[in-house]
Write a new protein. Structure first.
Length: 459
């Protein structure tokens, strides 16, 4: 391993590089604060106390926050963001207008809503333009810079290092490379290989990792990506064949002096994801339990009378981060002691008549809403498995353990695709990990709606 470069030591000692987390923190605070001010101005000056105008301002701000447009970017430009920004300003207007007309809202309130939306559509883009310019200027003068570690010491990695070192308006200062062999004509040292990656990130206070490929194989790159899951870093990838136009478009792709960097969202690892998902779970689980209270009571009585034993069936399952918890269901079978190691009970004669009905209607899953309220589970997520099978599958199925990055769910992306019961575990793991890596609140809503439709249609 080669020691850190003298350039890195000099910049650290003189203080031109920010402390860890300071760089992205201020832009992340400035952008939503400026948006909030502009929306408040529009609502206050042009809404005339209208409830619709206020609702519009709140909905726009939440929409911007939920869809990632408040994220501080490496190269923020209004031209790149404007289409998405205008769309997020228009959707709340359309929704509120569509709700207001059937409810008989006065024409004066509707006019206030349109006026607020029109003013916000001008103020917010202008404010974004000024804010973006200020962020680039502050970075160019050597403030709010983040330490970046480049994975891959080949030609592409060397280009990335040169560009971000010469153009500080992107907010990054390279500290070195990670690779399995020495590159040629590098301006900075190779600090470590894949085995010392995590310790180097912590020691060098790196907050941004750029995957630029190099001499490492796919398995070593996979190790780097897995290590990043446990580190507080932003992760960017230079797409392969970008010189041939093979670059995805969208808000997640940054243009850094002609080199595309794709930002990996990794929503499962973000605190905002956990808070948003938890709030969604609490609201829907509470409403669901209140609405289903009569059914809950009737099923409890029926289970009690069906056969001797408790109303609830309790079973250990593996949840987030591999932690066990006690899952609740309405009991559908006669009391037994082999449930922890029996894979399928299809055709089992111990299932009661009441239990058969509960399984067909999925009412046996209703008590899991209590698990959701307790925080053991989520409404949507990978289906939690029993410890015996979870340990076995983790050894046999690639990436099975990665499912535990999120809480287990009552339903999930795999379940709505029919992957339940006696179906391939490899397919389930693939769907569950895809859900985790592409999570969004809207996807949770879609999965929940799809599940309700399947239940009603008896699919």
């Amino acid at each position: 391993m080669v020691a850190e470069s003298s350039a890195f030591r000099t910049e650290t000692e003189t203080g031109t590089i920010s402390h860890r987390g300071a760089g992205p923190f201020l832009p992340a605070l400035v952008i939503p604060a400026a948006d909030a001010v502009m929306l408040l101005v529009a609502v206050t000056l042009f809404g005339r106390g209208s409830g619709l105008g206020t609702a519009y301002g709140v909905m726009v701000f939440l929409t911007l926050a939920a869809t990632g447009t408040l994220r501080p970017r490496l190269n923020p430009t209004l031209g790149h963001d404007l289409p998405a920004l205008l769309g997020r300003l228009a959707v709340p207007l359309l929704l509120l207008s569509g709700l207001a007309l059937p409810l008989g809202v006065s024409s004066a309130s509707l006019q206030d809503l349109v006026r607020v939306a029109a003013v916000a559509t001008v103020l917010v883009p202008v404010e974004r333009c000024v804010t973006y310019a200020a962020i680039r200027l502050v970075r160019a003068r050597g403030y709010l810079l983040e330490r970046a570690l480049i994975v891959g010491a080949g030609e592409v990695g060397a280009q990335v290092q040169r560009v971000i070192q010469e153009h500080r308006e992107y907010g990054l200062v390279p500290v070195g490379f990670v690779d399995s062999s020495e590159g040629s004509a590098l301006a900075m040292p190779i600090l470590c290989d894949v085995h010392a990656f995590a310790s180097t990130v912590k020691r060098a206070q790196v907050t941004t990792v750029i995957i630029a490929f190099g001499a490492m194989g796919d398995e070593e790159l996979a190790g780097i990506l897995r290590a990043c899951d446990a580190l507080p870093v932003e992760l960017y990838v230079v797409p392969r064949f970008f010189e041939r136009g093979g670059t995805p478009a969208g808000l997640s792709t940054e243009d850094v002096w002609g080199i595309p960097l794709v930002w990996l969202r990794r929503p499962a690892l973000r605190r905002t994801t956990r808070l948003t998902k938890r709030a969604f779970d609490l609201v829907l689980a509470t409403v669901g339990l209140l609405l289903a209270a009569p059914v809950f009571l009737a099923v409890a009585v029926a289970v009690r009378r069906s056969s001797p034993g408790p109303v609830f069936f309790r079973q250990l399952r593996i949840g987030r981060d591999g932690r066990p918890f006690e899952l609740l269901k309405f009991r559908t079978m006669q009391v037994n002691s082999d449930s922890d190691t029996t894979w399928s009970v299809v055709g089992d004669t111990r299932i009661t008549r009441t239990g058969m009905f509960l399984r067909c209607t999925f009412l046996d899953e209703l008590p899991q809403l209590l698990n959701v309220l307790r925080g053991d589970m989520s409404l949507v997520g990978p289906r939690p498995e029993r410890p015996y099978f979870a340990e076995r599958f983790a050894q046999e199925v690639p990436r099975y353990g990665d499912r535990h990055r999120m809480p287990g769910g009552i339903t999930g992306w795999a379940q709505v695709h029919g992957l339940k019961g006696d179906t391939p575990i490899l397919d389930r793991a693939r769907f569950d990990n895809h859900y985790i890596e592409h999570w969004s609140l809207w996807r949770d809503v879609v999965i929940a709606a799809h599940t309700c439709a399947n239940i009603l249609l008896r699919r």
